[in-house]
Structure formats: C-alpha cells, structure tokens
Design a protein around this ligand. Structure first.
Ligand SMILES: [Zn+2]
Ligand SMILES: [Zn+2]
Length: 384
C-alpha cells in the first residue's frame, strides 16, 4: 500500500541500501530524479563559476547563456520539488537529501545567475529559486519548532491537510519575487510621480530610520486595511480573497495562500503612499522584511496571546479571528501590523478565547489545487 502523500512515513532513515519498493508511488523515482538533477544543476553552476576550467573551449562558443541559465533554473527547481516529494513518500531520505542538498549548495553558490565574464544576460533574474529555497529553510527552521513547542492546536501535524497547496503558493510567490516586485512597484512609480511633493518627500526621507519605519508601517497598514476591507465587501474582489479565507487549519504556511491578483493589487496599492511620501529605500527594505515576517506569524499555530500588546500589535489571536467563520467575527480585524485602524474604524474583534474553526461559511467549496484556485475567481461570475 503506498502511503498517502502529505503524511510523513514513520521512522525516517538515511541508508544507502534500497529495501523499500522502487515502483511508482514510493518516492524512489522522484528521489533518483531529484538526486540526478541536483547533481547536474550543481555541476552546471560550477561551470558558470569556472568556465575556463570546466567547459570545453570549442563548445563554449555555442552556448546561449540566457537559455542555459533558464535550463539550470528549471533543473534546480525540478530537483528541489522531486526531492520534497520523495522525502514525503519514502522513509529513507538519502535520495531526497542528496537532491535537495546539491540544489541548496548550487543556490548558495549563486544558482543560475552566477556572472560570467563578457555576458550581459546575468543581470536581472526572473525566477527566484534561491530565494524560495532560502525562504523555506529560514521560515521552517523558525516556525516548525515554534509551532511544536507552543502549539495552539497540538494535534495539528506539520503536514496537515492541504499543506501541499499552501507550499505551492509559497513556492510560486517566492519564485516570482522579481516579477511580483516589478508588477507591484512599477504602477506606483509610473502613475503617481505627479503626486510627490518635493519638501514632503525630502522631509520624510531625511527622518531617522527608527522614526521612518513605524511611520511607514502605519501608512502601509492604513492602505492595506482599506484595500483588504474592499476585497471583503466588493463581490467581484471577494472571489479572489475568498481563496485566502478557504484556509481551514491555521499555521505559518497557510498565510501563503493568496491569489496572485490579491497579492498584486494589495501590494501595488500599498506601495503608492509609501512612494508618494518618499520613504527611504532602507525603510522600505525593513518594511518588506517585517510585513513578510508578521504576515507569516499572525497565521501561525501558536498559543501566545501577547495580552498587554493586543490593542497595539496584530497578533496570531487577532488574525485567527479574521479567519473565523463565526457570525460576529465576519469582516473584522483587517490590519496586518496594528489593530489601531480596526479600533478606529470599528472593526476590532478580539474575545477572550480562540476561534473554534476557520474557513468560509457563505459559499461553495473552493477547489483544492493551486491551478484550479487560480482560475476559480474568473470562472464563477455572478454566483456565491
Ligand atoms: Zn481577509
Ligand atoms: Zn490571513
């Protein structure tokens, strides 16, 4: 009996011996492919580093570096994904670790974007595989132990229901980091340059960072509050945001479940006042890091309540209630950083308990896969 994907097999091992089945569905084929592609990708990245030693002079003239870089990227992505699949299906993790290990080493060495002398295609990367790998390692190293040690729902496993779809969101949103940044920053730069007032942006940019960052968080959260609230009340937009609210088990990974339209519109509009007011690049960098960390944390399966700070800082309890289907909790707690805006605009809701359940109570089932969720809001015109 093949084990069900999404449930880790008991007793993980590392062995060179193959005693488990090698037929389809047992993680052997994916493990072998992962190891091969990982090693190949790693070798290709070494070639980018040392073309004079590792590549043939006559062949080098025929390489189209742009295509080669894309091929290396695809190889590394495939190795990582196949390794993950194998690790889930197979008790012996040797193959999966080989593939993922080489992929990670290749990513740390610069991945497919290693500059090569005399090549212009190195500038501008379109896929952030390395960003995905590092992001995943960083977040899982922090949040998986936290959620084990301080679990709100201790019976909820790491590989809970629908973790695959949420990991896919995490993967796609990290991989597209470059594209999403361009798509969300460019509209503010192109369409709102006229709105900048010289002395205002000069004053803001010259403020010290310790003042700029909280100011930026307040401004960003104000915009985000109203965009988020609009996504809830306008039916055409709710179809996109409902994907996020289809989460039924909360944890750090669940927060990644955001439709691309939701991501692009929300981020794009949030950047407008940040750009118009002229916050410095350093403040923006701090903000980008903080918003990612806090948006992840408020979904986490942790029982901390931060009671003294609960009216000042958006906490897991605050955002867990945003995901509750209880009637009193619907359309509440829209902020990401501080509940100040919810308190001010009358949407703050934080009782002295945790929600019993999460999800949607007003519409048909949201499909279970990333691709079907992507097309779902476009397909269901006029119907809840
Ligand atoms: Zn919402
Ligand atoms: Zn959420």
């Amino acid at each position: 009996m093949p084990e069900r994907p999404g449930e880790p097999p008991p007793g993980a091992t590392l062995s060179l011996q193959t005693i488990e089945p090698t037929t389809a569905g047992h993680g052997f084929i994916s493990g072998v492919l992962s190891a091969i592609l990982g090693i190949a990708g790693f070798g290709a990245v070494l070639c980018l580093h040392f073309p004079e030693y590792l590549t043939h002079a006559d062949l080098r003239r025929f390489y189209l570096l742009g295509y080669l870089r894309a091929a290396i990227h695809v190889t590394l992505v495939a190795s990582f994904l196949l390794g993950t699949i194998s690790a889930c299906l197979r008790a012996n993790k040797a193959l999966a670790l080989t593939g993922i290990g080489f992929t990670l080493a290749a990513a740390l060495l610069g991945g497919s974007q290693v500059p090569v002398a005399g090549d212009a295609s190195a500038s501008g990367s379109w896929l952030g595989l390395d960003f995905f790998v590092l992001n995943l390692l960083l977040y899982s190293a922090v949040f998986i132990p936290l959620e084990r040690l301080f679990a709100l729902r201790a019976d909820q496993p790491v590989f809970r229901r629908q973790w695959v779809v949420d990991l896919t969101y995490f993967f796609v949103n990290s991989l597209l980091i470059e594209v999403l940044t361009i798509l969300t920053l460019t509209p503010a730069l192109i369409f709102f340059g006229w709105a900048r007032v010289g002395w205002v942006s000069d004053t803001v940019a010259s403020m010290p960072l310790w003042l700029q960052v909280p100011a930026l968080l307040l401004v960003a959260d104000f915009t985000q509050y109203w965009v988020h609230r609009t996504f809830h009340v306008v039916p055409a937009l709710w179809r996109f945001h409902a994907i996020h609210h289809s989460i039924e088990q909360m944890d750090w990974l669940a927060g990644s479940r955001l439709h691309l339209v939701d991501v692009i519109v929300t981020r794009g509009l949030t950047y407008v006042p940040i750009f118009v007011l002229g916050f410095s690049e350093a403040a923006l960098m701090v903000y980008v890091f903080l918003v990612a960390a806090q948006a992840t944390f408020i979904h986490a399966n942790v029982r901390w309540e931060f009671r003294p700070l609960r009216r000042l800082v958006a906490t897991p309890a605050f955002h867990h209630w945003h995901h509750s289907a209880e009637r009193d909790a619907v359309n509440r707690n829209f902020s990401v950083h501080t509940p100040v805006w919810d308190l001010l605009f009358g949407t703050y809701y934080l009782p002295d308990r945790w929600p019993a359940a999460y999800g949607l109570n007003d519409r048909r089932d949201v499909p279970a896969r990333w691709v079907t969720q992507l097309v779902d809001p476009f397909r269901n015109r006029g119907g809840q």
